[in-house]
Design a binder for this molecule. Sequence first.
Ligand code: SF4
Length: 362
Amino acid sequence: MWLLTPLGFAGKLLGAFRKQLSSLWGSLVPLLLWLRSAFWLAGTEGGQRQQGRKELKGTRQEEEASDDQPLTPTSVNYHFTRQCNYKCGFCFHTAKTSFVLPLEEAKRGLLMLREAGMEKINFSGGEPFLHERGDYLGKLVKFCKEDLGLPSVSIVSNGSLIRERWFKSYGEYLDILAISCDSFEEQVNVLIGRGQGNINHVENLQKLRKWCRDYKVAFKINSVINRFNVEEDMREHIKALNPVRWKVFQCLLLEGENTGEDALREAERFLISDEEFEDFLERHREVSCLVPESNQKMKDSYLILDEYMRFLNCTKGRKDPSKSILDVGVEEAIKFSGFDENMFLKRGGKYTWSKADLKLDW
Ligand code: SF4
């Protein structure tokens, strides 16, 4: 009884102040949450990444300070196959293996990339339409657009194996189709290793262009300027095809791919000087969709994944693979990618890459 009296008194006292205490607690909760997230952000990876992003927008000094921040795989080039039906003499990604990941494993890796911040995926090879006659590629394209909701899904292909039925099945999920075209003269294509035999290269390009329009896919052209096409004037052909972008690369040597002892190609005879490349660009200056890419700009400004989903580091003039993202995760693997995010931004790597935003007059 002697115990109940003070307890009862304390209970009554608490009851009297409960309303005031709960309103005080209510106003403290947001403040405490804010303080906790502020400290957490400052001390964790997420905070470092957010700070890194801000720094990218800031001064050059600030950009340098962000160099050791985790990289974001905003735009990824996935070379899921090395097999190709052509034999271009300067090929940068040769048929050293015939490996292709099982579809579900490839999807798992793509999901991991999306979770790590990927916004654009580009499927390349080898020739991406070769494996399972383009069905494997189509399933990945559909998965990336429909399941992952990626803003941009694109393909680079030599164009020789694409059929209209592919557009019927998968065209709606594709933002951009880039076709490699190094020359409009069949003889030059034969010299390069892109001879199409009975197929007329220009006619094939026009057919692909039409399908892109019919199925609402943005059409792009990629050209590698080399010893055999450096004198060519492509202005009229390019203007007639009217691509959204014409990417013009300077032929590049990569040890183990197109130069060196264990390479499958010897690309030295294809090389041109920086001046010759500049002359080519000057001749085509009036083509407004031209996007030039010199060796310097190309180097290290692409995030490249090989057929095992390993990032390929080109900083030493060859492709040194990281561990697979499927084994160690994106954040760990990307540290070995050699990716230069500043150069990626400087070369205009981020552009309007979703067909919804391109506002094309199909
Ligand atoms: S089409 Fe592309 S992947 Fe095939 S050999 Fe030529 S450069 Fe290499």
